[in-house]
Design a protein around this ligand. Sequence first.
Ligand code: AQP
Length: 325
Amino acid sequence: MKTIVSGIQPSGTLHLGNYLGFLRQAVELQDNSGCKRFYFIVDFHSLTGRYNPKEKAKEIYELAVDLLAGGIDPKKSTLFIQSHIEEHANLAWIFNTITSMGQLERMVEYKEKVAQGITPNAGLFDYPVLMAADILLYKGELVPVGEDQLQHIELARDTARAFNRRFGKTFPEPKAILTKAPRVMSLNNARQKMSKSLPQGCLFLTDSPKVMREKIMRAETDSHAEIGCDPKRRAAISNLVMIYAELSGMTTSEVVKMFKGVGYAEFKKELAELVIKTFKPFQERRAKVFKNKAQVMKVLEEGARNARPIARATMEEVRKKVGLI
Ligand code: AQP
């Protein structure tokens, strides 16, 4: 039986990139009864960016609500909060001792954050090591993620290989599984991925219909006469076409054909209505789940109870192998 593992940061509301690159696939993977699934809220990771301690608990709760409303089913997946299992940090420490500074210095996500002007803390630099621990603690083999995480998964593979070589076979080498929309670009800057830290170009799943319409109508396009899909040369319009295709179940060429001869404004109107219609049921479910705090907290506690013995067993094995008493 394969093990699927993935984490998501509680650092704000879910956006369309999180949905198309991660959540939709994580939900679909629940239909495979031949797999075990561990999905968790990586609250430790989220402390590496700027945050307000008074808001953090609310962000964690809201993400749990988003995941449940978005289709993560506690009967099929173990859903929990990373910091409730102390072994994540313990294993990360062991992995720190077999990871070189050079490996971490090559991480593009880290370099991009620094280039955006963020003063990095040691936690941000070390983020991929904690991520390797998140995955390998459950001996995860498959990791549904967006394209931005590929290099981090590669580092988790390197970590598993390095540990196995030095201390004996312990961990599988995890593989990323990508969706057909692995990198949704920002609506107002198609050279950057849609990202919570750039909220202007971000379409949040909880945005009101009015805000969704406004953001899509303002989205960057180009000076061509017609829509088209050519991500290298026409990144902005291709991103919108790809979003339409993903939400309608059509291919991008079918979308281009359907809107042949139609102006950008008309296409954007149709896209906005599709986005609004797609996320209306999510927003309704979310409102209901949000009110049931006792039930949400129970799911997270049960999830931690189920994950803990597995985490402890792996950590025990690691402690023995590295020679700790
Ligand atoms: N633009 C995206 N396209 C496709 N997939 C994406 N993911 C994120 N952005 C895109 C995927 O969503 C999952 C959860 O992401 P995360 O926990 O890394 O955090 P995030 O904070 O939601 O990502 P952001 O918005 O990009 O945050 P910042 O601004 O902090 O960097 C992952 O599987 C990720 O690949």
